[in-house]
Design a protein around this ligand. Structure first.
Ligand SMILES: Cc1cc2nc3c(=O)[nH]c(=O)nc-3n(C[C@H](O)[C@H](O)[C@H](O)COP(=O)(O)OP(=O)(O)OC[C@H]3O[C@@H](n4cnc5c(N)ncnc54)[C@H](O)[C@@H]3O)c2cc1C
Length: 538
């Protein structure tokens, strides 16, 4: 009888603990170098030379992510280490200070020194920036992804619209590589008021021009990164029209230039389902000094085009990172967990779950980084009119789709871990799952994004550019056939009355996002000279 034929010894508590420890040690030691698909996608979009130039730094951060940063984020997310509001100082002054566990600053130090924001000083680096953001996403929101997205959006709107004086005042601090230096700035974006986050046209926060500058007053209901140095705020100047057309975009510094408090009072921190190590609050603005970002007119349009689209892309990248982490957790667990006399990854049904996780993540990464590459082309001025239309359409569909698929993926991974999957300190999965629900909601709910897509389709017929673009990406006959069917479905939806169209579009987005992602992956595969694209077919 060979060793192979001998029945495995029955597990006992000690052997099981050893197996679980082996699981922990078996997880990727480097979140970048272990991710072959990400590297393919990056090589495809960056080219061999630029990919090689970025490789070593990404690999260094990938190692840090899998080890020190992972431990720090776990520590930071313990219930007792979550941020707290310390509103008063010992002498009775209101400080509105948000106090974080020391691990929060250390995570930030490690993330920002990579240049993840600093590189925005020059256009065309989003492919690299987003690769770092994807690695940060292995920790869920991780306390820092929302600030990164907000800061990136703030940088971009300042670069696009602010006058030279405001740029000179704010951009050097935003690009500063030391997250904890006093001269470093990070950003936040406050649109939502209690009347509505989707219906931002109901905003009543006011902007008033005074001899000293603009003053903002009123209440904002969802203020993530309330600890930020610079808040991008939507507000309505006196006499401006109702609705979104009357909203301007302003930067409100947390402190006035002389270091005194700037009339921003934190009511309380939100007691949240997910993204818990990042501080979200409710705030009252009382004549807070503000700088308009360019002309007050058209401010909201710029916020949507630049800031929200940036956040929606970051949201998708975060969802991709989360999916990859869920896959790592489940795949390694299945290798070490024993049931009924052997590892559970020998069961076809567990293999099915693992295939699902790999496929969802691969498709999400391919589809999202195609968009990221479009952002770089737009920033460098080399994007075609079609590519601009494609971005405008897909950034919304992709935000919705990647967020719901990330929730599904983490849920599946939790299932692979069985009961242990539901335990907060056994794995990161419960935290990632809670973060995914937030990813689904902020930056636009499912329905709101669907309605935005419908409006854009009717107004600009963006699907025409979308299908021309997809034809350049799709390689397999089945994908081309799907593409043709999707095109007919879009034309059908646009001929329907509005209510029916919204219902039909919601289902069509689910379908066409698979077509989009599959075509994007086929383009990556085909560029790599491989023919394994069929492996992702559903
Ligand atoms: C943890 C967290 C942090 C946040 N941080 C910030 C922040 O920093 N800054 C900020 O500005 N906001 C922030 N938000 C707010 C977030 O962006 C909004 O909550 C989100 O956009 C949804 O808006 P709402 O809550 O007003 O939902 P509602 O608009 O009230 O939506 C309720 C439901 O109605 C549906 N609905 C609304 N309109 C339509 C329509 N036309 N057709 C069909 N269905 C519709 C929605 O899909 C949803 O299902 C945060 C939210 C969370 C959860």
């Amino acid at each position: 009888m060979s060793a192979h034929d001998r029945p495995a010894p029955a597990p006992n508590p000690e052997s099981t603990r050893r197996a679980l420890r082996a699981w922990e040690l078996d997880k990727a030691a480097n979140h970048f170098t272990s991710d072959v698909d990400l590297q393919r996608v990056l090589r495809h979009h960056l080219g061999t030379r630029a990919f090689a130039d970025a490789h070593d730094d990404l690999a260094a951060f990938g190692a840090e992510s899998a080890t020190e940063i992972d431990a720090l984020v776990r520590e930071n997310n313990r219930d007792e280490n979550l941020p707290v509001l310390r509103r008063w100082d010992g002498l009775g002054h209101r400080t509105e200070a948000v106090v974080f566990h020391p691990s929060y600053a250390e995570i930030g130090r490690r993330i920002y020194r990579t240049g993840v924001i600093g590189r925005y000083a020059e256009p065309g680096h989003d492919r690299i920036q987003m690769a770092y953001a994807y690695l940060v996403g292995h920790h869920g929101e991780g306390g820092h992804l929302c600030p990164l997205a907000c800061t990136a959006g703030l940088v971009k709107i300042l670069q696009a619209r602010a006058d030279d004086e405001l740029k000179a005042r704010l951009l050097p601090g935003l690009f500063h590589l030391d997250r904890n230096a006093p001269e470093h700035f990070h950003g936040a974006q406050f649109l939502t008021e209690i009347q509505g986050g989707s219906d931002v046209g109901t905003n009543v926060v006011t902007a008033r021009e005074t001899p000293e500058g603009w003053a903002i007053s009123g209440e904002k209901w969802f203020c993530s990164v309330i600890d930020a140095d610079l808040y991008l705020v939507t507000a309505r100047p006196a006499g401006a029209p109702a609705g979104t057309a009357g909203l301007g975009a302003f930067v409100v510094p947390r402190l006035r230039p002389d270091g005194s408090p700037n009339g921003v009072y934190v009511r309380r921190l939100k007691y949240k389902l997910g993204t818990r190590s990042m501080a979200s609050g409710e705030a009252d603005f009382v004549d807070a000094l503000a700088w308009p970002v360019g002309a007050v007119e058209g401010g909201f349009k710029a916020v949507v085009d630049i800031v929200l689209n940036t956040s929606r892309l970051y949201n998708a990248v975060a969802a991709c990172g989360i999916m990859r982490r869920a896959e790592i957790e489940a795949t390694t667990y299945a290798r070490h967990r024993q049931a009924f006399g052997g590892p559970i990854d020998r069961f076809p049904l567990v293999q099915r779950s693992l295939r699902f996780l790999a496929r969802e993540r691969r498709l999400a990464v391919a589809g999202t980084f195609e968009l990221v590459a479009l952002v770089d082309r737009m920033a460098l001025g080399t994007a075609s009119a079609d590519e601009r239309d494609v971005f405008r359409l897909v950034v919304n569909m992709n935000k919705y789709w990647t967020s719901v698929r990330s929730t599904a993926a983490v849920h599946e991974a939790i299932e692979v871990l069985g009961g242990n999957g539901a335990i907060e300190d056994f794995s990161v999965l419960p935290r990632l799952w809670r973060d995914c629900i937030v990813l689904e909601s902020w930056e636009g709910t499912h329905n709101v994004l669907t309605m935005q897509v419908l409006k854009d389709l009717h107004k600009f017929r963006l699907h025409e550019a979308y299908f021309r673009h997809l034809e350049t990406l799709a390689r397999q006959p089945e994908t081309r056939a799907r593409l043709a069917a999707d095109r007919e479905a879009f034309d059908r939806v646009l001929s329907l009355p509005p209510d029916e169209a919204s219902l039909a579009l919601r289902d069509l987005i689910d379908r066409t996002m698979v077509t989009w992602q599959t075509a994007c992956w086929e383009a990556v595969e085909s560029a790599a000279g491989a023919s394994s694209a069929a492996a992702v077919a559903r």
